[in-house]
Write a protein of this length. Structure first.
Length: 53
């Protein structure tokens, strides 16, 4: 069973009642190339986010 991904970004098209319903999730370090390290949670961003229309 895949892990349940919780989400608090209600204006994302994948958000549904506090859960992320995307088939895959991409998380990156803001403004840096692949394989970078985050210093804290504010350095990260979810590249899967897509705003609702």
């Amino acid at each position: 069973m895949p892990p349940k991904i919780k989400c608090r970004v209600a204006n994302c098209i994948y958000w549904q009642d506090g859960d992320c319903r995307a088939e895959s999730i991409t998380v990156a370090v803001e403004g840096t190339p692949n394989n970078s390290s985050a210093h804290n949670d504010r350095d990260t961003e979810c590249e899967t986010f897509r705003a609702r229309a």
